[in-house]
Design a protein around this ligand. Structure first.
Ligand SMILES: NC(=O)c1ccc[n+]([C@@H]2O[C@H](COP(=O)([O-])OP(=O)(O)OC[C@H]3O[C@@H](n4cnc5c(N)ncnc54)[C@H](OP(=O)(O)O)[C@@H]3O)[C@@H](O)[C@H]2O)c1
Length: 271
């Protein structure tokens, strides 16, 4: 199949490699040229995210995987344009929007800042039948446990508990709460396997391992990462959220940490 990826970012690099490895043809949609994506084995297509420009770029594609990351409502605008472009296209009738979070079935509002810029896209997908879709989720990426030089995924600073630079891991809660983790490469490989299947469910969960932040800290220590371990309580996180404004970095960081404590980061398993 010819599969388009929207957004030439970090996760998109794994998607390019795994879609090619699964013998798909790969098209990358982007608002600007990016050196890593200048390669002969993919088709790089600039777009301004207007529906006509996207529809033209998707004309010969069979499926679309979004790897956009925009914390603002701009994410909704771009995703609704992607969906409309799929609807207008002759054959691009399978679409995975950018979700990549936790258990959206039970916790659609976790992490909290995800709701406003994801829910309208979920609603638009549910309200139509001509494009097949699934909300793909894999919990926290496990990539943050290795050095930045060994992964495409960039550091996200205080948005993640592990800070190699400061030598500190700041664990939300007691550290005994369960969290699901998956490697970005496994995520991309799973998408590459799923993309040509015809029986998508409304949500797809893929999970490497469900464990705890305390066990992550021990794993890092066992591999020579001697980090100071600190704990931050749910009450303290909620105070930060209450006192700040939605979209402030410290509020987003607190909402990411809260995600580890509300159950939203535990992916369901089929028995
Ligand atoms: N669960 C986890 O642990 C985890 C970790 C990391 C990422 N993720 C998720 O994975 C997805 C991709 O993240 P990433 O780390 O690969 O992000 P990234 O490296 O920042 O790339 C995102 C790309 O989105 C595009 N973009 C940004 N704003 C846009 C807009 N308004 N309209 C259209 N395109 C826009 C840009 O591509 P162009 O400039 O090429 O247009 C950008 O390169 C996101 O959903 C993110 O939340 C999850």
């Amino acid at each position: 199949m010819r599969i388009a990826i929207a957004g030439a970012g970090d996760l998109a690099k794994y998607l390019v490699e795994e879609l090619l490895a699964a013998s798909h043809e790969v098209v990358v949609l982007s608002r600007s040229l990016k050196p890593w994506f200048e390669r002969p084995d993919i088709s790089f297509r600039p777009t301004d995210y207007s529906v006509p420009s996207l529809a033209a770029a998707l004309e010969d594609c069979d499926g679309l995987v979004s790897a956009l990351l925009d914390y603002t409502l701009g994410s909704v605008t771009s995703h609704l344009a992607l969906l409309e472009a799929c609807q207008k296209s002759p054959k691009c009738k399978r679409f995975m929007p950018s979700e990549y979070g936790g258990n959206v079935d039970l916790y659609p509002e976790s992490p909290e800042f995800y709701y406003a810029n994801h829910e309208p896209v979920r609603e638009a997908l549910r309200a139509q039948k001509d494009v097949m879709w699934t909300l793909f989720n894999m919990g926290w990426l496990a990539d943050y446990f290795v050095s930045p030089g060994s992964r495409y995924i960039k550091d996200i600073g205080d948005f993640h508990p592990v800070d190699f630079e400061a030598g500190v891991i700041t664990i939300p809660g007691t550290g005994e709460e369960l969290i699901s983790f998956t490697a970005a490469r496994d995520t991309a490989a799973a998408i590459a396997r799923l993309i040509d299947q015809d029986d998508w469910e409304a949500t797809t969960f893929v999970c490497g391992e469900t464990t705890t932040w305390n066990r992550v800290a021990k794993l890092l220590a066992d591999h020579g990462r001697d980090m100071e371990v600190r704990y931050v309580s749910l009450e303290s996180l909620r105070d930060t959220i209450k006192q700040g404004q939605l979209g402030d970095d410290d509020v987003t960081a607190a909402q990411y940490a809260e995600f580890s404590l509300t159950g939203g980061a535990i992916l369901p398993r089929k028995n």
